[in-house]
Design a protein around this ligand. Sequence first.
Ligand SMILES: Cc1ncc(COP(=O)(O)O)c(C=O)c1O
Length: 376
Amino acid sequence: MIHTNANCGGPFRTSIESDLVLEEAHQAMADLLNAKFADEIVFGANMTSLTFAFSRSIGRLFKRGDTILLTRMDHDGNVGPWLHLAEDLGLKVRWLNFDLKTYEYDLDEAAALLKDGAVKLAAINYASNCLGTINDVKTITKLAHQSDTLVFVDAVQYVPHGPTDVQNIGCDFLVCSPYKFFGPHQGVLWGKAELLSSLEAYKVRPADNNAPGKFETGTQLHEGQAGTLGVLEYLEWIGKTMATEFQANFPDFSGRRKYLHAAMLAIQDYEETLSKRLISGLQNLSGVDLKGISNQNAFSRRVPTVSFTVKNQNPQEIAQKLSAENIFVWHGHNYALEAIRQMDLEKSGGVVRIGPVHYNTIAEIDHTLEVLKTCW
Ligand SMILES: Cc1ncc(COP(=O)(O)O)c(C=O)c1O
């Protein structure tokens, strides 16, 4: 902001230098997600705004009566934009439910919904911000692609908790939010180069005709992109200094890409110790009903975001009591409206949601459990 604050594309020092920062931010995000090209990375205000914008561009491929697939587990950021599109274009909507006992999708049900070839787009979630479930997005993508269905993955909840590899998943689009992985309030979309190139963007005429510029409408938040680069430098440092034993898991990657992926694997490994402590502690508290995977052998299929209800207790009051002890947790539906409705928890105030991340400690989990003992 002090030395290189300028708009893009000028022939003068400040513009040239700020353009280099933006380019590096795109490349660093490509490294985090294992994208083939930096030009496959589109920055935007947040995941929701990017998804609204892309739903319009993708919608240009559809015609009245076409079908899309949405899920009951998704955050509304990956539901609302598609419902608006369905309303505007007269699309049919199919829903993928989750199992109320396992808190996971039944892949046979997903296959059945996709197999007749009618579905033009599947909007699915990598990890649930309500249940914590990590979904098998690779298999769902494979099923979808058998019928040429486009796959749009919301990875906002997953990216802070594990290594993300868009080429391995094979999906067509994937969205995430740097503020969820400790960076600034920004959104990022990755899309396959050929799709970004062929999709029509809602853009002003003088703007770039190529991706990512054609989708990065108006003047971008340069300081947000620089901050995203900053947080990726932090994660790279974790990968270099604290995740050496995980680097060998990524023999095909080198440099920053290898360090970022090793860092996220180390984080995933560490966070599992937090989830185990938190969930086993919650299971020992009277009246607690966990809303997510609680079998310790299945913890590789969940992030440490843990939701629960307590018999005859109001989630908001529990969050307020914890807040009085400087423990900050969310309550309610957390925008995962469909998930809360499928569990019939809308009227009773949703869930309490505790979301530890890699900088939290076992001591903090224990303290939270001690305070919870006094909450009801
Ligand atoms: C799973 C998930 N998807 C989407 C979003 C929306 O992201 P953004 O705030 O960047 O629009 C959130 C935000 O909480 C989320 O948790």
